[in-house]
Design a binder for this molecule. Structure first.
Ligand code: NAD
Length: 259
C-alpha cells in the first residue's frame, strides 16, 4: 500500500482520468474524496470505491466557485482530519478557431482550468502547511508544452498550470509541500469522445482521420494513452518519498512531444 491512510482530494473524479486516479489511490490505501460538479456522479463514484462509506467521500463542488471550494475542503477536513494529496484535475474542452472563439467560452475555459486550480490549491495549502506536508498534482496535458489548432484557451490554460505549479513548488518547499504536473497525451474519455466529431467538422476531415492524423499522429506507436497510464503517474507523484521531485512536469503520451 503506497498511500496508506493518506487523504486525497481529486477534482473532476466522477469521470474519466480523475475517476481512475481515485480508484488507484483507494486501492493503495488512501481515503479518497471525489469532488465534482456532477454531485450525483460524485456520490455514486464514492459509493462504488467504498460501499461502507468509511474511506471515501463525494463532494459537490464547482471548482470555479470560491465558497463551494472552501466549503468542500472544510468538509474534507471535518470528515477525515487531514489533507495529504490534491489532484487538480477537473476540466472541459471547447474547440473553435481563435477568430471565432466566443469570449464567454474563453472565460469559462480559463475559469475551470486556472481559477479552479488556484482555488483548490489555496484551500488545500492552508491545511497542508499546518501539517507540514503535502503533494499537489495538476492535470496538465501535452498542451502544457505544445499547441494545436482550435484549442486556444485550453493550450493557454494548460501552459499556465505549469507556472502555477512552479510557484507552489517554491512557496511550498518550506512547508514540506511538493507540486508537479502530469501532461497526458490523448486519452479516450468523454472529454475526447465529444471533440472527435467536433474537430472532424471544423477541419473538414473524417472522424477516423481526426484520430489517426491529428490526435495520434505524433505518437511513437499510434496508441492512445490510457486512464491507467495517467493514474499510475499520479500514484508515483503522490507517493514519492522525498522533496526531490517537485516543480516538474511529466509527459505521458506515447512519445508525443519529447522534452
Ligand atoms: P471527463 O470529461 O471524463 O471528466 C471531467 C470531469 O470534470 C467530469 O466529471 C466533470 O463533471 C468534471 N468537471 C467539469 N467542470 C467542473 C467544474 N467546474 N467543477 C468540478 N468538476 C468539473 O474528462 P477527462 O478526459 O477525464 O479530463 C480530466 C482532466 O484531464 C482535464 O483537466 C483534461 O483537460 C485533462 N486531460 C485530458 C486528456 C484526454 O485526452 N482525455 C488529455 C490531457 C489532459
Amino acid at each position: 500500500m503506497r498511500l496508506q491512510d493518506k487523504v486525497a482530494v481529486v477534482t473532476g473524479a466522477a469521470s474519466g482520468i480523475g475517476k481512475e486516479i481515485a480508484r488507484v489511490y483507494a486501492r493503495e490505501g488512501a481515503k479518497v474524496v471525489i469532488a465534482d460538479l456532477n454531485a450525483e456522479a460524485a456520490m455514486a463514484t464514492a459509493r462504488e470505491l467504498d460501499p461502507s462509506g468509511d474511506r471515501s467521500l463525494g463532494v459537490a463542488m464547482d471548482v470555479t466557485n470560491e465558497s463551494q471550494v472552501d466549503a468542500g475542503m472544510q468538509q474534507v477536513i471535518d470528515r477525515f482530519g487531514a489533507l495529504d494529496v490534491l489532484v487538480s484535475n477537473a476540466g472541459i474542452q471547447i474547440v473553435a478557431p481563435v477568430v471565432e472563439f466566443e469570449f464567454a467560452k474563453w472565460q469559462k475555459m480559463l475559469a475551470i482550468h486556472l481559477d479552479g486550480a488556484f482555488l483548490t490549491t489555496r484551500a488545500a495549502l492552508r491545511q497542508m502547511y499546518k501539517q507540514k506536508s503535502g503533494s499537489v498534482i495538476y492535470m496538465g496535458s501535452v498542451h502544457s508544452k505544445e499547441a494545436s489548432v482550435l484549442k486556444a484557451p485550453y493550450v493557454t490554460a494548460k501552459h499556465g498550470l505549469i507556472g502555477l505549479s512552479k510557484v507552489v513548488a517554491k512557496e511550498g518547499a518550506a512547508h514540506g509541500v511538493r507540486s508537479n504536473v502530469i501532461c497526458p497525451g490523448f486519452v479516450r474519455t468523454p472529454l475526447v469522445d465529444k471533440q472527435i466529431p467536433e474537430q472532424a467538422k471544423e477541419l473538414g476531415i473524417s472522424e477516423e482521420d481526426v484520430i489517426r492524423k491529428v490526435m495520434l499522429k505524433e505518437t511513437v506507436d499510434g496508441e492512445f494513452t490510457t486512464v491507467e497510464d495517467v493514474a499510475n503517474t499520479a500514484l508515483f507523484l503522490a507517493s514519492f518519498e522525498s522533496n526531490a521531485l517537485t516543480g516538474q512536469s511529466i509527459v505521458v503520451s506515447h512519445g508525443w512531444f519529447m522534452n
